[in-house]
Design a protein around this ligand. Structure first.
Ligand code: AHG
Ligand code: MN
Ligand code: MN
Length: 336
């Protein structure tokens, strides 16, 4: 038997990573394993959508004023459940819950990490068989271990994330996560029910040919953004344009494609939503961490996303993220 087989499972990979860190406690590996388990459960439900009564709305509206789908709640409960019952997480924040949740039991209070997540991103696409995802962000606590975690543990800038990742429930199911070391992608092998390392050390191409933006909002964007989008549509020797427009409506899927193939994703401020639509804490910050670690860039149009000091769990921000050279071309327009 070849014990040096190349395809490592998520568990094998995180344990192997621990070998290089003699002081590590293994809590982060355990946390990632917990997230992988919740992702597998959500994946099963996503694949059943249509057969069971999981499609459609719950009839409620979340704190952000958006319709809540049944699968949003299912996913939220799965992620909350594994994190609460694990040994690594002291508390969570979620798109689907009004406030932070402090677990406050003996094991959770001794845990080093807090996690924020968007349980289902692109949930408007659930009913129509289009890729959707989960996004998560992990911070080391700043409060005293042994006590319940506090708001300060959550309200840390993105440059202090210890890990961030996403899951895509698509043509195959993938879990991609970044630590300070690298970005690695794992594909779910449904035959053995394990995420297996399929995309080691992901690097975002410095150039790309795709731009992702909601064109329906074009006349609501500020002038410089309109000018950049117009430039994307023109033949241009220096930038290789015209670019191809791709917009799925599940940011996690758009950003994943651009991470692998090169491209830029934008959700600018609009006149209706002057602060943007996307949420800093559990949508933009984790994706910014991943894409920067892979060599790309992410800003709110002026500032690096990872340097923003957050003020609230559900705060929104304009968002621009992608390949380094495309982002720098955009910055040229925004600072003009
Ligand atoms: P969510 O399903 O978690 O509310 O997020 C949806 C987000 C994002 O994934 C997507 O890119 C964007 O909303 C689409 O918004 P528009 O329909 O306004 O373009
Ligand atoms: Mn989302
Ligand atoms: Mn969501």
């Amino acid at each position: 038997m070849n014990v040096n087989r190349k395809v490592l499972t998520l568990d094998e990979f995180t344990i192997q990573e621990l070998r290089g860190l003699p002081h590590a406690t293994g809590q982060l590996s355990s946390l990632l394993r917990d997230i992988g388990l919740a992702a597998k459960r959500v994946n099963v439900e996503v694949n059943k959508a249509g057969l069971v009564d999981i499609l459609g709305d719950t009839g409620t509206i979340n704190v952000q004023g958006e319709d809540v789908k049944k699968l949003d709640i299912f996913a939220n409960n799965q992620f909350m459940g594994v994190l609460k019952h694990g040994i690594s997480c002291a508390g969570i924040g979620s798109e689907e819950m009004d406030d932070f949740v402090v677990f406050d039991d003996e094991i959770s209070n001794a845990s080093k990490y807090v996690v924020m997540f968007d349980p289902l991103d692109g949930s408007g696409n659930i009913d129509v068989n289009i890729s959707i995802g989960t996004i998560f962000s992990v911070f080391k606590r700043v409060s005293e271990l042994g006590k319940p975690c506090t708001k300060e543990d959550f309200l840390q800038p993105g440059n202090r994330q210890v890990a961030a990742g996403y899951v895509i429930y698509g043509s195959s199911t993938m879990l991609v996560y970044a630590t300070s070391r690298a970005v690695n992608g794992f594909t779910l092998d449904t035959a053995i029910g394990e995420f297996c390392l399929s995309h080691p050390d992901i690097q975002c191409p410095v150039d790309g040919k795709m731009y992702s933006v909601n064109h329906g909002n074009f006349f609501q964007y500020e002038k410089q953004v309109q000018e950049y989008i117009t430039a994307c549509q023109k033949k241009n020797k220096t930038n290789g344009g015209p670019y191809t427009q791709r917009y799925i409506g599940s940011m996690v899927a758009d950003v994943h494609r651009n991470l692998i193939k090169g491209g830029i994703f934008m959700y600018p401020a609009t006149t209706d939503k002057p602060k943007g639509k996307l949420r800093l804490m559990y949508e933009c910050k984790p994706l910014a961490f991943i894409v920067e670690k892979a060599g790309g860039k992410a800003t709110d149009g002026k500032n690096r996303i990872l340097d923003l000091q957050p003020e609230a769990l559900h705060q929104r921000t304009p968002f621009f993220i992608g390949s380094k050279n495309m982002m720098e071309e955009l910055e040229g327009f925004l600072t003009a």
